[in-house]
Ligand binder design. Structure first.
Ligand code: GLV
Length: 363
């Protein structure tokens, strides 16, 4: 089945190419060199991009090698258009809003060689299916680390120091007078911060926390990280981290092991005064359990850059909790980080079709 499809596709493409050259040459009396150029141009590879708003810098790189088609509507590409768009493509440029699974790969067909996602997280991509088909996957680590770590600190401070709640006191006319303990929250000085997922982003969060004079930095994970010494961070079992931390900060990837790991049992291990921050994926949290923990005073507050679903509807009960700060998944949203992510995605895709190692492979 595969080889018949593949052969017929190849024969069709080659015949189209030869016919085009033949008719063009006889009409215009072209030299063999011009024919070769025409052949090169016609044999450009096909790329589908699932959004129209990719920086020109990345598009220009890709156009050297690819005939570029893209979804031009607003918002994430609808499923039907994605399935139609990938047909016969050599490469796919996608985003964390696109589910890339068996069906997408089936529609793309045997020509698909690489998927480049403009994200570091790749839980939206069915990796086993890609591996089985020999399709490569490029991601965008490093270039977004500082932006996400900055945002994590911003969210941590916004949540603990109640910035949005305090701002609403003014805009809603509730600020009557200064009062000594009004709008107070926990400070970072002399606190214990626990980081769940001590990879690149977790480590940069730790680095940024030190100047705030935290007393202890804890992290959990399967093995000691060599960078921990320099950062003054100590590995402890997850249970200890939850029991001891004033701030629990989640930066781990969403995997089958971490899916909904923050459940009633884990929230009940945390201090009643704990502030919970999640900048990884909404899927690592059992959101109903988090809601119960926030409503029932099991923990003090939560700051979330990621939720389930995204977008979170404004009618969701989390939206009306004063002790929950919500952001619309903007961790890497600096101009520089997003441009660098776009260029790295383009470089991943180009490397794959040129037979070079990907600058940032997912596996
Ligand atoms: C953002 O969440 C990313 O994975 O890049």
């Amino acid at each position: 089945m595969f080889s018949l499809n593949y052969i017929s596709c190849f024969v069709l493409k080659t015949t189209k190419t030869i016919l085009n050259i033949y008719t063009t040459k006889s009409r215009l009396h072209l030299s063999p060199h011009s024919c070769a150029v025409a052949l090169y141009k016609m044999s450009k590879l096909k790329l589908y991009i699932t959004r129209p708003d990719v920086p020109e810098k990345a598009i220009a790189l890709l156009k050297e090698k690819f005939e570029v088609a893209m979804w031009t509507g607003s918002g994430p590409v609808p499923r039907e258009d994605l399935l139609r768009g990938v047909r016969g493509c050599d490469a796919l440029y996608c985003f964390l809003t696109d589910r890339i699974d068996q069906e997408v790969l089936d529609c793309a067909g045997e020509s698909l060689r690489v998927v480049g996602t403009m994200s570091v997280g790749h839980d939206h991509v069915d990796v086993p299916v890609l591996k089985q088909r020999g399709v490569l996957l490029g991601i965008t680590p490093d270039v977004l680390t500082d932006a996400v770590a900055d945002l994590t600190l911003a969210l941590l401070l916004a949540t603990s120091r109640r910035l949005f709640e305090a701002n609403r006191q003014i805009t809603e006319g509730k600020w009557t007078a200064w009062a000594p303990f009004w709008m107070c929250g926990p400070g970072l000085k002399a606190s214990t911060a626990g980081i769940v997922g001590f990879g690149r982003i977790g480590q940069e969060v730790a680095r940024r926390l030190r100047p705030f004079k935290v007393a202890a930095l804890l992290y959990s994970g399967r093995s000691d990280k060599p960078e921990a010494g320099e950062l003054g961070a100590t590995r402890v079992p997850l249970g200890d981290l939850l029991e001891r931390s004033d701030f629990v900060i989640v930066t781990c990837a969403l995997t089958p092991d971490t899916r909904e790991m923050f459940n009633d049992a884990l929230f009940s291990k945390m201090k009643r005064s704990a502030v919970f921050i999640n900048v990884s994926r909404g899927g690592v949290v059992d959101q109903a359990a988090l809601l119960r923990a926030l409503q029932g005073g099991v923990i003090l507050a939560a700051g979330l850059d990621v939720t389930t679903p995204e977008p979170l509807p404004p009618s969701h009960p989390l939206c009306s909790l004063p002790n929950c700060v919500l952001l619309p998944h903007i961790g890497s949203a600096t101009h520089q980080a997003r441009t660098d992510m776009a260029v790295l995605t383009a470089r991943n895709i180009l490397a794959a079709v040129e037979g070079r190692p990907l600058p940032a492979p997912a596996f």
